[in-house]
Design a protein around this ligand. Structure first.
Ligand SMILES: [Zn+2]
Length: 422
């Protein structure tokens, strides 16, 4: 619980009560439950719940069952799922995923729209406006904002797409949020019947995924890293004490371009020996070729002319093929070099891993652990957990909408000690 001015204290208590409602989602809870789990007195909770009902955020849903001792039936409350909505958009290379969520984080509607690789950023902006009009529907719905997640370098402070690896023809530094705002104003969606302008946000999808993972695990007070590892690319999101780290040039978290084997293979970024290049299928095939003489019996040495696919490597690994296992050991080593260096800089409480490479399962995590332990300060391993991520790729939309809801609640119940994204 925060201390400070009476108003800050009151808002802090209200936010704690709202957190309990958010955790409960659509399940009803009693004043006693909230008091037990928040440490706030029953009288104060009751007062806050009444205020939240007056503002339409919370609903009374009748009486619950009586206690086992035969006590009075408690009154139950839950968030009013009709109170407000937020729209999340995830831009994939081949499709646009759009979802409308309510304040309980329940998905109300979801659309998937195929997009051509030749789509311009201006056309994409118009598509988002069209989808917003269709999905949000009638004037009765109070939309608080739109969050856009995408791969690439994104200036989240100014709403600008600096660079997209999937849409290389897009003009650099496109101010998408300004363009979106202007189009939404023309369509009448930007300021709704509550006279509140929409909150428009955009960020790298891995950052939003990191935020969703933090909320899911309730890791707001520490530092954590979300790392996506695939042969097609490496991305990450870094959170320090509940805030997403973006950096001066918005490249904080580009762990894929951390050098793990100096002066090695050329990377598209201009560097050499970057983690992303070393984890690419081309590089993995070069590693297989180098190790072939020591493993003539391997099932990976069959088709001399064609590349070994990721699935072939995975299947061979699961059949305990010695060459495949040796390659996975090398992959774990490369990842651990990056994570050791990262550990020395930000010393995270938690590193969560997602993507194609987690299909090597606990073996890969164990090897990464062992490798970090053997090469770096033991304090890095002692204080940092490395685990599989709990949420999937689609969680970028959840992360974006969590930020929009928190921004909205911060407007209603501002906390001095909290930043824009906490
Ligand atoms: Zn690079």
């Amino acid at each position: 619980m925060l201390t400070g001015t009476p108003k800050n204290q009151r808002h802090s208590n209200t936010r704690l009560v709202l957190d309990k409602f958010k955790t409960a989602g659509q399940d009803p809870i009693s004043v006693q439950d909230i008091s037990n789990h928040s440490g706030i007195s029953k009288t104060t909770v009751k007062k806050i719940v009444n205020e939240l009902m007056d503002s339409g955020i919370v609903l009374n849903c009748g009486k619950g069952a009586s206690t086992s001792e035969g006590g009075k039936k408690p009154e139950l409350f839950r968030l009013n799922s009709d109170h407000c909505y937020a729209l999340g958009v995830h831009v994939y290379p081949e499709a646009l995923h759009v979802a409308l969520l309510d304040i309980t984080m329940n998905v109300v509607t979801k659309h998937v729209i195929n997009i051509a690789s030749t789509i311009t950023v201006e056309e994409l902006t118009q598509l988002i406006v069209k989808e917003s009009e269709e999905i949000v529907g009638g004037p009765g719905r109070f939309l608080i904002g739109i969050g856009i997640a995408m791969c690439g370098i994104v200036d989240s402070n100014n709403g600008i797409i600096r660079y997209s690896p999937h849409f290389k023809d897009w003009s650099p530094d496109y101010p998408i949020l300004k363009a979106l705002e202007n189009s939404l104003k023309r369509s009448g969606l930007f300021v709704n019947n509550n006279s509140r302008p929409l909150d428009l946000i955009i960020d790298n999808d891995c950052r939003f995924q990191a935020y969703a993972e933090m909320i899911k695990r309730d890791e707001k007070n520490g530092s954590m890293v979300y790392l996506e590892l695939s042969s097609k690319g490496v991305g990450s999101g870094i959170i320090i004490n509940g805030d997403l780290l973006s950096g001066a040039g918005h490249i904080a978290g580009e762990i894929g371009h951390m050098v793990v084997t100096p002066f090695d293979e050329n990377c598209a970024c201009g560097g050499r020996g970057c983690l992303e290049t070393k984890l690419s299928l081309d590089s993995i095939n070069r590693m297989i070729a180098d190790k072939k003489p020591a493993h003539p019996e391997s099932e990976l040495i069959g088709s001399q002319d064609s590349q070994v696919s990721f699935d072939q490597l995975l299947n061979a690994f699961h059949r305990s093929d010695a060459l495949a296992v040796a390659i996975v050991d090398d992959i774990a080593f490369l990842i651990s070099v990056a994570l050791s260096n990262l550990g020395l800089v930000i010393n995270p409480n938690l590193i969560t891993i997602w993507g194609e490479y987690i299909r090597f399962g606990d073996y890969l995590l164990r090897k990464i652990d062992e490798s970090i332990e053997s090469m770096s300060l033991s304090a890095i391993r002692k204080n940092s957990r490395i685990e599989m991520a709990e949420l999937a790729k689609e969680s970028a939309i959840t992360g974006a909408i969590s930020i929009l809801i928190n921004n909205y609640l911060n407007e209603l119940f501002p906390l001095k000690s909290k930043g824009k994204r906490s």
